[in-house]
Ligand binder design. Structure first.
Ligand code: GDP
Length: 340
Protein backbone atom coordinates (compact mmCIF):
# COMPACT_ATOMS: atom_id res chain seq x y z
CA UNK A 1 0.00 0.00 0.00
CA UNK A 2 1.12 3.52 -0.74
CA UNK A 3 -0.92 4.35 2.38
CA UNK A 4 -0.84 8.04 3.14
CA UNK A 5 2.20 8.02 5.46
CA UNK A 6 1.11 11.18 7.28
CA UNK A 7 -2.15 9.78 8.61
CA UNK A 8 -0.50 8.61 11.82
CA UNK A 9 1.00 11.98 12.78
CA UNK A 10 -0.38 13.02 16.19
CA UNK A 11 -1.99 16.37 16.92
CA UNK A 12 0.77 18.89 17.56
CA UNK A 13 0.43 20.66 20.90
CA UNK A 14 1.55 24.27 21.12
CA UNK A 15 4.01 25.29 23.91
CA UNK A 16 1.34 26.46 26.37
CA UNK A 17 -0.83 23.38 25.89
CA UNK A 18 2.11 21.03 26.27
CA UNK A 19 3.40 22.88 29.32
CA UNK A 20 -0.05 22.79 30.97
CA UNK A 21 -0.31 19.09 30.31
CA UNK A 22 3.15 18.43 31.79
CA UNK A 23 2.52 20.61 34.87
CA UNK A 24 -0.82 18.93 35.53
CA UNK A 25 0.77 15.51 35.35
CA UNK A 26 3.61 16.73 37.59
CA UNK A 27 1.07 17.89 40.19
CA UNK A 28 -0.75 14.57 40.07
CA UNK A 29 2.43 12.58 40.60
CA UNK A 30 3.49 14.94 43.40
CA UNK A 31 0.10 14.35 45.05
CA UNK A 32 0.77 10.60 45.11
CA UNK A 33 4.14 11.10 46.74
CA UNK A 34 2.76 13.49 49.35
CA UNK A 35 0.55 10.67 50.62
CA UNK A 36 3.48 8.31 51.13
CA UNK A 37 5.01 7.55 54.53
CA UNK A 38 8.36 9.25 54.20
CA UNK A 39 10.25 11.30 56.79
CA UNK A 40 9.20 14.96 56.53
CA UNK A 41 12.70 16.20 55.80
CA UNK A 42 12.95 13.93 52.74
CA UNK A 43 9.40 14.24 51.49
CA UNK A 44 9.67 17.73 49.98
CA UNK A 45 12.73 16.76 47.97
CA UNK A 46 11.16 13.53 46.74
CA UNK A 47 8.04 15.40 45.68
CA UNK A 48 10.04 18.02 43.77
CA UNK A 49 12.30 15.45 42.14
CA UNK A 50 9.33 13.47 40.88
CA UNK A 51 7.62 16.59 39.59
CA UNK A 52 10.72 17.41 37.58
CA UNK A 53 11.07 13.89 36.22
CA UNK A 54 7.40 13.78 35.25
CA UNK A 55 7.42 17.17 33.53
CA UNK A 56 10.59 16.24 31.62
CA UNK A 57 9.21 12.95 30.44
CA UNK A 58 5.79 14.30 29.43
CA UNK A 59 7.39 17.04 27.34
CA UNK A 60 10.16 14.89 25.85
CA UNK A 61 7.81 11.96 25.13
CA UNK A 62 5.30 14.21 23.45
CA UNK A 63 7.94 15.72 21.17
CA UNK A 64 9.38 12.29 20.50
CA UNK A 65 6.02 10.89 19.55
CA UNK A 66 5.77 13.49 16.80
CA UNK A 67 9.20 12.43 15.53
CA UNK A 68 8.36 8.71 15.70
CA UNK A 69 5.02 9.03 13.95
CA UNK A 70 6.28 11.30 11.19
CA UNK A 71 7.76 9.41 8.26
CA UNK A 72 11.31 10.35 7.21
CA UNK A 73 10.64 12.27 3.99
CA UNK A 74 13.58 10.87 2.03
CA UNK A 75 12.36 7.32 2.56
CA UNK A 76 8.85 8.00 1.26
CA UNK A 77 7.55 6.97 -2.15
CA UNK A 78 8.47 9.70 -4.63
CA UNK A 79 4.84 10.82 -5.02
CA UNK A 80 4.51 11.69 -1.33
CA UNK A 81 7.94 13.36 -1.33
CA UNK A 82 6.65 15.60 -4.10
CA UNK A 83 3.56 16.36 -2.05
CA UNK A 84 5.69 17.48 0.91
CA UNK A 85 7.80 19.64 -1.38
CA UNK A 86 4.81 21.26 -3.06
CA UNK A 87 2.64 21.70 0.03
CA UNK A 88 5.17 22.62 2.72
CA UNK A 89 8.77 22.42 1.45
CA UNK A 90 11.02 19.44 2.24
CA UNK A 91 13.94 21.45 3.65
CA UNK A 92 11.78 23.47 6.03
CA UNK A 93 9.90 20.34 7.08
CA UNK A 94 13.14 18.54 7.93
CA UNK A 95 14.56 21.55 9.73
CA UNK A 96 11.46 21.77 11.90
CA UNK A 97 11.53 18.08 12.74
CA UNK A 98 15.15 18.62 13.76
CA UNK A 99 13.98 21.27 16.23
CA UNK A 100 11.66 18.71 17.86
CA UNK A 101 14.59 16.36 18.34
CA UNK A 102 16.82 19.08 19.73
CA UNK A 103 14.18 20.18 22.24
CA UNK A 104 13.26 16.66 23.26
CA UNK A 105 16.87 15.66 23.94
CA UNK A 106 17.60 18.85 25.82
CA UNK A 107 14.51 18.62 28.06
CA UNK A 108 15.35 15.03 28.94
CA UNK A 109 18.94 15.93 29.76
CA UNK A 110 17.89 18.92 31.89
CA UNK A 111 15.33 16.74 33.65
CA UNK A 112 18.06 14.35 34.76
CA UNK A 113 20.39 17.14 35.79
CA UNK A 114 17.77 18.95 37.87
CA UNK A 115 16.52 15.74 39.47
CA UNK A 116 20.06 15.08 40.69
CA UNK A 117 20.51 18.65 41.90
CA UNK A 118 17.25 18.46 43.83
CA UNK A 119 18.38 15.27 45.51
CA UNK A 120 21.42 17.12 46.77
CA UNK A 121 19.44 20.21 47.84
CA UNK A 122 20.02 21.34 51.42
CA UNK A 123 16.42 22.12 52.25
CA UNK A 124 12.86 22.08 50.78
CA UNK A 125 13.16 25.74 49.75
CA UNK A 126 16.19 25.02 47.61
CA UNK A 127 14.45 22.00 46.07
CA UNK A 128 11.42 24.12 45.17
CA UNK A 129 13.63 26.83 43.73
CA UNK A 130 15.44 24.28 41.51
CA UNK A 131 12.12 22.86 40.31
CA UNK A 132 10.90 26.35 39.38
CA UNK A 133 14.15 27.03 37.58
CA UNK A 134 13.72 23.79 35.62
CA UNK A 135 10.14 24.67 34.64
CA UNK A 136 11.36 28.07 33.45
CA UNK A 137 14.01 26.49 31.26
CA UNK A 138 11.57 24.02 29.70
CA UNK A 139 9.17 26.87 28.96
CA UNK A 140 11.89 28.83 27.27
CA UNK A 141 12.97 25.83 25.16
CA UNK A 142 9.40 25.31 23.99
CA UNK A 143 9.05 29.00 23.28
CA UNK A 144 12.16 28.83 21.18
CA UNK A 145 10.71 26.08 18.96
CA UNK A 146 7.23 27.60 18.83
CA UNK A 147 7.58 28.61 15.15
CA UNK A 148 8.71 25.10 14.21
CA UNK A 149 5.84 23.53 16.18
CA UNK A 150 3.37 25.81 14.41
CA UNK A 151 4.90 24.94 11.05
CA UNK A 152 4.63 21.19 11.68
CA UNK A 153 1.04 21.60 12.90
CA UNK A 154 0.11 23.32 9.64
CA UNK A 155 2.08 20.79 7.59
CA UNK A 156 0.25 17.94 9.30
CA UNK A 157 -3.11 19.53 8.46
CA UNK A 158 -2.12 19.73 4.83
CA UNK A 159 -0.59 16.27 4.55
CA UNK A 160 -2.83 14.05 6.63
CA UNK A 161 -5.77 14.14 4.23
CA UNK A 162 -3.87 13.21 1.12
CA UNK A 163 -5.41 10.19 -0.55
CA UNK A 164 -4.10 6.69 0.01
CA UNK A 165 -3.03 5.00 -3.19
CA UNK A 166 -2.38 1.33 -3.65
CA UNK A 167 1.00 0.20 -4.84
CA UNK A 168 -0.40 -1.46 -7.93
CA UNK A 169 -0.47 -0.70 -11.68
CA UNK A 170 -2.15 2.68 -11.97
CA UNK A 171 -3.90 4.46 -14.82
CA UNK A 172 -4.58 8.20 -14.77
CA UNK A 173 -7.35 9.44 -17.05
CA UNK A 174 -6.81 12.76 -18.82
CA UNK A 175 -8.75 14.88 -21.30
CA UNK A 176 -10.83 18.06 -21.49
CA UNK A 177 -13.99 18.44 -19.38
CA UNK A 178 -17.07 16.60 -20.68
CA UNK A 179 -15.17 14.22 -22.94
CA UNK A 180 -16.51 11.32 -20.85
CA UNK A 181 -13.84 10.65 -18.21
CA UNK A 182 -16.09 10.06 -15.24
CA UNK A 183 -18.56 8.04 -17.35
CA UNK A 184 -15.70 5.83 -18.47
CA UNK A 185 -14.26 5.47 -14.96
CA UNK A 186 -17.63 4.23 -13.74
CA UNK A 187 -17.99 1.76 -16.62
CA UNK A 188 -14.49 0.37 -16.20
CA UNK A 189 -14.75 -0.09 -12.45
CA UNK A 190 -18.39 -1.11 -12.10
CA UNK A 191 -19.03 2.24 -10.40
CA UNK A 192 -16.72 1.27 -7.54
CA UNK A 193 -15.33 4.80 -7.32
CA UNK A 194 -14.13 6.61 -4.24
CA UNK A 195 -13.86 10.40 -4.13
CA UNK A 196 -10.77 11.54 -2.23
CA UNK A 197 -9.75 15.06 -1.41
CA UNK A 198 -6.68 16.40 -3.16
CA UNK A 199 -5.29 19.73 -2.04
CA UNK A 200 -4.88 21.13 -5.55
CA UNK A 201 -8.39 20.73 -6.83
CA UNK A 202 -11.69 21.45 -5.15
CA UNK A 203 -13.26 18.65 -7.15
CA UNK A 204 -11.24 15.96 -5.43
CA UNK A 205 -9.64 12.97 -7.05
CA UNK A 206 -11.65 9.89 -8.01
CA UNK A 207 -10.11 6.49 -7.49
CA UNK A 208 -11.56 3.23 -8.78
CA UNK A 209 -10.35 -0.32 -9.30
CA UNK A 210 -10.55 -2.69 -12.23
CA UNK A 211 -9.17 -5.88 -10.75
CA UNK A 212 -5.63 -5.13 -9.68
CA UNK A 213 -5.51 -1.99 -11.83
CA UNK A 214 -6.09 1.30 -10.02
CA UNK A 215 -7.76 3.98 -12.15
CA UNK A 216 -7.67 7.65 -11.20
CA UNK A 217 -9.64 10.55 -12.61
CA UNK A 218 -8.30 13.95 -11.64
CA UNK A 219 -10.94 16.57 -12.40
CA UNK A 220 -9.38 19.99 -12.65
CA UNK A 221 -5.83 18.74 -13.14
CA UNK A 222 -5.32 17.13 -16.52
CA UNK A 223 -8.23 18.76 -18.25
CA UNK A 224 -6.95 22.04 -19.61
CA UNK A 225 -3.78 23.45 -21.14
CA UNK A 226 -0.80 23.05 -18.88
CA UNK A 227 0.88 26.29 -19.88
CA UNK A 228 -1.97 28.16 -18.18
CA UNK A 229 -1.06 26.66 -14.80
CA UNK A 230 0.88 28.27 -11.99
CA UNK A 231 3.97 26.60 -10.58
CA UNK A 232 2.23 24.90 -7.68
CA UNK A 233 -0.49 23.43 -9.89
CA UNK A 234 2.09 22.27 -12.37
CA UNK A 235 4.12 20.57 -9.66
CA UNK A 236 0.98 18.88 -8.35
CA UNK A 237 0.23 17.65 -11.84
CA UNK A 238 3.77 16.47 -12.40
CA UNK A 239 3.66 14.52 -9.15
CA UNK A 240 1.20 12.26 -10.96
CA UNK A 241 4.23 11.04 -12.90
CA UNK A 242 5.22 9.08 -9.84
CA UNK A 243 1.78 7.66 -9.31
CA UNK A 244 0.74 6.69 -12.81
CA UNK A 245 2.02 3.85 -14.96
CA UNK A 246 -0.19 4.78 -17.89
CA UNK A 247 -2.10 7.86 -19.00
CA UNK A 248 -5.39 7.16 -20.72
CA UNK A 249 -6.16 10.23 -22.80
CA UNK A 250 -9.77 10.64 -23.83
CA UNK A 251 -10.79 12.58 -26.92
CA UNK A 252 -14.40 13.46 -27.66
CA UNK A 253 -14.59 13.06 -31.46
CA UNK A 254 -18.11 14.47 -31.55
CA UNK A 255 -16.72 17.77 -30.19
CA UNK A 256 -19.94 18.06 -28.16
CA UNK A 257 -17.73 18.60 -25.13
CA UNK A 258 -17.11 22.10 -26.49
CA UNK A 259 -13.50 21.61 -27.57
CA UNK A 260 -12.39 20.97 -31.13
CA UNK A 261 -10.39 17.92 -32.04
CA UNK A 262 -7.37 20.13 -32.71
CA UNK A 263 -7.60 21.72 -29.27
CA UNK A 264 -7.78 18.29 -27.72
CA UNK A 265 -4.77 17.09 -29.68
CA UNK A 266 -2.87 20.13 -28.48
CA UNK A 267 -3.49 19.15 -24.84
CA UNK A 268 -2.47 15.59 -25.64
CA UNK A 269 0.82 16.84 -27.06
CA UNK A 270 1.44 18.99 -24.00
CA UNK A 271 0.88 16.07 -21.68
CA UNK A 272 3.22 13.93 -23.74
CA UNK A 273 5.92 16.58 -23.39
CA UNK A 274 5.63 16.71 -19.62
CA UNK A 275 5.06 13.10 -18.67
CA UNK A 276 7.56 10.31 -18.84
CA UNK A 277 4.97 7.52 -18.86
CA UNK A 278 3.23 5.76 -21.76
CA UNK A 279 0.05 7.33 -23.13
CA UNK A 280 -2.84 5.45 -24.68
CA UNK A 281 -5.61 7.33 -26.48
CA UNK A 282 -9.30 6.46 -26.40
CA UNK A 283 -11.38 8.06 -29.14
CA UNK A 284 -14.69 8.45 -27.34
CA UNK A 285 -18.31 9.09 -28.35
CA UNK A 286 -17.97 7.25 -31.66
CA UNK A 287 -21.74 6.75 -31.47
CA UNK A 288 -22.16 10.50 -31.94
CA UNK A 289 -19.28 11.49 -34.20
CA UNK A 290 -19.40 11.44 -37.98
CA UNK A 291 -17.06 9.24 -39.97
CA UNK A 292 -15.07 12.11 -41.35
CA UNK A 293 -14.11 13.47 -37.95
CA UNK A 294 -13.12 10.04 -36.70
CA UNK A 295 -10.97 9.53 -39.79
CA UNK A 296 -9.31 12.92 -39.41
CA UNK A 297 -8.49 12.21 -35.79
CA UNK A 298 -7.13 8.77 -36.56
CA UNK A 299 -4.83 10.23 -39.22
CA UNK A 300 -3.53 12.85 -36.80
CA UNK A 301 -2.88 10.31 -34.05
CA UNK A 302 -1.03 8.06 -36.47
CA UNK A 303 1.14 10.97 -37.60
CA UNK A 304 2.02 11.76 -34.00
CA UNK A 305 2.70 8.12 -33.20
CA UNK A 306 -0.03 7.55 -30.59
CA UNK A 307 -1.67 4.17 -30.08
CA UNK A 308 -5.44 4.46 -29.85
CA UNK A 309 -8.74 2.65 -29.62
CA UNK A 310 -12.26 3.74 -30.67
CA UNK A 311 -14.95 3.50 -27.99
CA UNK A 312 -18.18 4.80 -26.64
CA UNK A 313 -18.11 5.01 -22.86
CA UNK A 314 -21.80 5.74 -22.59
CA UNK A 315 -23.00 3.15 -25.12
CA UNK A 316 -20.39 0.65 -23.93
CA UNK A 317 -18.88 0.07 -27.34
CA UNK A 318 -15.50 -1.70 -27.43
CA UNK A 319 -14.96 -1.42 -23.68
CA UNK A 320 -13.76 -5.00 -23.29
CA UNK A 321 -10.97 -4.36 -25.74
CA UNK A 322 -10.15 -1.12 -23.97
CA UNK A 323 -9.94 -2.95 -20.64
CA UNK A 324 -7.57 -5.50 -22.12
CA UNK A 325 -5.33 -2.80 -23.60
CA UNK A 326 -5.23 -0.80 -20.38
CA UNK A 327 -4.40 -3.85 -18.31
CA UNK A 328 -1.63 -4.98 -20.63
CA UNK A 329 -0.06 -1.55 -20.96
CA UNK A 330 -0.33 -0.57 -17.29
CA UNK A 331 1.15 -3.87 -16.13
CA UNK A 332 4.05 -3.65 -18.55
CA UNK A 333 4.85 -0.06 -17.59
CA UNK A 334 4.53 -0.90 -13.87
CA UNK A 335 6.99 -3.76 -14.26
CA UNK A 336 9.45 -1.55 -16.14
CA UNK A 337 9.25 1.15 -13.48
CA UNK A 338 9.87 -1.34 -10.69
CA UNK A 339 12.72 -3.15 -12.38
CA UNK A 340 14.76 0.05 -12.65
P1 GDP B 1 -15.98 14.30 -17.89
O1 GDP B 1 -16.18 15.74 -17.57
O2 GDP B 1 -14.83 14.12 -18.85
O3 GDP B 1 -15.88 13.41 -16.72
O4 GDP B 1 -17.26 13.84 -18.76
P2 GDP B 1 -18.57 13.03 -18.31
O5 GDP B 1 -18.24 11.60 -18.08
O6 GDP B 1 -19.26 13.76 -17.26
O7 GDP B 1 -19.38 13.08 -19.67
C1 GDP B 1 -19.91 14.27 -20.22
C2 GDP B 1 -21.17 13.97 -20.98
O8 GDP B 1 -20.88 13.13 -22.09
C3 GDP B 1 -22.19 13.20 -20.14
O9 GDP B 1 -23.45 13.71 -20.43
C4 GDP B 1 -22.05 11.77 -20.64
O10 GDP B 1 -23.25 11.04 -20.52
C5 GDP B 1 -21.70 11.98 -22.09
N1 GDP B 1 -20.95 10.85 -22.65
C6 GDP B 1 -19.83 10.30 -22.18
N2 GDP B 1 -19.40 9.31 -23.01
C7 GDP B 1 -20.27 9.26 -24.04
C8 GDP B 1 -20.37 8.46 -25.21
O11 GDP B 1 -19.54 7.59 -25.48
N3 GDP B 1 -21.42 8.71 -26.03
C9 GDP B 1 -22.33 9.65 -25.77
N4 GDP B 1 -23.32 9.81 -26.64
N5 GDP B 1 -22.29 10.43 -24.70
C10 GDP B 1 -21.25 10.25 -23.81
Amino acid sequence: MRENPFKKMPTILMPDELMDKALRRGEKVAEEFRKKEVPRCLKAKIVEENKVRTIASVVADNLNKVIDKTPPVRKLPKFYQEMVEVLVGIDEFKKCMGAFKWASDLVRKLGNEYAKKIRRAKNPQEAAKLRKEFVGRVKSILKQIHPEMAFIAVAREKLKDLPTFKDTPTVVIAGYPNVGKSTLLKKLTGADVEINSYPFTTKGINVGHMGEIQIIDTPGLLDRPLHERNDIELQAILALNYLADLILFLIDTSEFCGYTIDEQIKLLKEIKELFKIPIFVAINKIDLADEEKIKYLEEELKKLGFDYIKISADKEINLDNLKREIKKRALESYKNKHSN
